[in-house]
Design a protein around this ligand. Structure first.
Ligand code: SF4
Length: 403
C-alpha cells in the first residue's frame, strides 16, 4: 500500500523531558522546530512516557522536568499560536494505539531496532530487560501515526527507526484497509466532491492508474484534501481509490532529514548534562562568560606562541555557528600563525552566545513566574491534539471491527 504522505502538511516531533535545556538542544533541535512551525502544521510533544522506559525506577522528577522543558521551548521561540504543544501522557489515545499496534508488530522488528542493543549496552547500570523498553520504538510509531504526520524531522541515524513506523502503518493498512465494499463506498464518497470536482477526480484517477501520471495523482489528492464536506474516513477512501489501493487508515510518514550543526560541550565531547559540560539556556551571563573563557582549545596550543589548528578545537565549531566569514577567516589565519591568542579568539563567540541567550533568559523569567499560563498552553495543545487523535482512533477501531 502506498503512502499518502504529502497530502497533509503535518510535522510531529517529541522530546524526552530533560529539565532545563542547553545550547546543544537549541541548535540541535529547537532552532529547527522554530523554523518548521511557520511552514508546517507542527505538533511538538513532551515524551514523558518515553522517559519512563529508562527511568521507571525514579519517575519523581519527570513532571518537574516537563514543566522546565516547556518553559525553555517557549522562551526559545516555540510559538503556541503556530504549533500545537502538549504532553504525551495527556493524550491517552497514544497508549491505545500503541496497544493495538503491538498486536500486529512482529517481535523481530523491535529486536532489530539498532538503538535497542546499543542503549542496553550504554545504560548497563539499569535493568532494561523490560517490555516497555523493547516496545518504545512502537510507542514512537503510535505518537506519529496517530496524527497522520506527513513528516518527522530525523537525523541520518534515525531513518531506520522511522522505517519501522512506515512498515507498521503499511502492515496495518494491509490488514484492515480492505473493506469488502470498498469500491462502492469510495464511489459513493465521490459524489460529495460535487459534479465538476468529481469529474476532475475521476479523470485524475484514470490518468494515474492508466499512464502512471504522478502530476495527476497529486492533483487528485489536492482535490480530495480541499473538499471540506468529506469525513476523515471518506477522505482516506478517496485517496486510496485514487491510487488503486485499499483505504489508507494510517499514513506512512516521510523522514525530514535535518542537518544540525555540531555544538560540542566545554570539554570538546558531545554536550550533555551527564558529562557536566553544558551551557544552559537560562544560565547567568557571568557563568557563561567564565565557562567559555576556560573552555578546551586545541591541545597543541600550550603557549601563546604555539600555532594551532581550528579543526582540532571545539571553539571553532562555535565560530562556524556564530561568526561571519571575515571573523572565521581571522580565526583560521590567526590560529594557524599564532597571530591571535585563544582568549582573543573566544571573545566574539562569547559575545554572540550571550547576545543570543539574553532574550531567551528574559522570556523564560516571565514564564517561570506564570505557571498558569504554561498550563493553559499545554491544556489547549492537549485539546487540539486529542481532537485529531480521537478521530484517528475512531477510524482504527472501526477498521479493526472494535466498535
Ligand atoms: S585560536 Fe581559537 S581556534 Fe585556535 S586553538 Fe585557540 S581558541 Fe581554538
Amino acid at each position: 500500500m502506498s503512502s499518502v504522505a504529502g497530502t497533509t502538511n503535518r510535522v510531529v516531533s517529541g522530546m524526552r523531558p530533560t529539565g532545563s535545556m542547553h545550547l546543544g538542544h537549541l541548535h540541535g533541535a529547537l532552532k529547527n522546530w522554530i523554523r518548521l512551525q511557520y511552514e508546517f502544521d507542527c505538533f511538538f510533544f513532551v515524551a514523558d512516557w518515553h522517559a519512563l522506559t529508562t527511568h521507571y525506577e525514579d519517575p519523581a522528577g519527570i513532571q518537574e522536568s516537563t514543566h522546565e522543558m516547556v518553559i525553555d521551548w517557549l522562551a526559545a521561540g516555540i510559538n503556541p499560536a503556530s504549533a500545537t504543544i502538549f504532553v504525551q501522557s495527556d493524550v491517552i489515545e497514544h497508549a491505545e494505539l500503541h496497544l493495538l499496534l503491538s498486536m500486529i508488530t512482529p517481535l523481530g522488528w523491535l529486536e532489530r531496532v539498532p538503538t535497542y542493543k546499543d542503549q542496553q549496552e550504554k545504560l548497563k547500570e539499569k535493568d532494561l530487560a523490560t517490555y516497555g523498553f523493547l516496545g518504545y520504538p512502537l510507542l514512537q510509531s503510535a505518537d506519529v501515526l496517530i496524527y497522520h504526520a506527513s513528516y518527522v524531522p530525523v537525523g541520518e541515524d534515525q531513518v531506520a527507526h522511522l522505517e519501522m513506523t512506515r512498515e507498521v502503518a503499511r502492515r496495518f493498512n494491509h490488514l484492515y484497509g480492505r473493506e469488502e465494499d470498498f469500491d462502492k463506498k469510495a464511489l459513493r464518497a465521490t459524489r460529495l466532491l460535487g459534479h465538476n470536482v468529481r469529474k476532475d477526480y475521476l479523470d485524475a484517477r484514470r490518468r494515474y492508474q492508466e499512464q502512471g501520471d504522478v502530476a495527476a495523482l497529486v492533483s487528485g489528492q489536492t482535490l480530495v484534501m480541499n473538499c471540506p464536506r468529506l469525513t476523515v474516513a471518506d477522505r482516506d477512501r478517496l485517496l486510496g481509490y485514487l491510487e488503486g489501493v485499499g483505504r489508507t487508515i494510517l499514513v506512512e510518514p516521510e523522514p525530514m532529514l535535518t542537518p544540525t550543526p555540531r555544538v560540542p560541550g566545554l570539554d570538546g565531547q558531545k554536550m550533555s548534562k551527564s558529562y557536566g559540560n553544558t551551557i544552559g539556556l537560562r544560565e547567568e551571563p557571568e557563568s557563561i562568560d567564565k565557562k567559555l573563557r576556560t573552555m578546551q582549545t586545541d591541545p597543541a596550543r600550550v603557549r601563546r606562541t604555539d600555532p594551532g589548528d581550528p579543526d582540532k578545537c571545539p571553539v571553532w565549531d562555535y565560530h562556524k555557528i556564530y561568526s561571519d566569514e571575515t571573523t572565521c577567516q581571522w580565526v583560521q589565519e590567526g590560529c594557524r600563525s599564532a597571530g591571535i591568542g585563544c582568549l582573543e579568539c573566544k571573545r566574539p563567540v562569547i559575545d554572540a552566545v550571550l547576545a543570543e541567550l539574553e532574550p531567551i533568559r528574559e522570556r523564560a523569567r516571565v514564564h517561570e513566574q506564570d505557571d498558569d499560563a504554561v498550563r493553559t498552553i499545554l491544556n489547549e495543545g492537549r485539546e487540539r491534539a486529542r481532537d485529531i487523535a480521537r478521530e484517528t482512533m475512531d477510524d482504527v477501531r472501526e477498521a479493526m471491527g472494535l466498535e
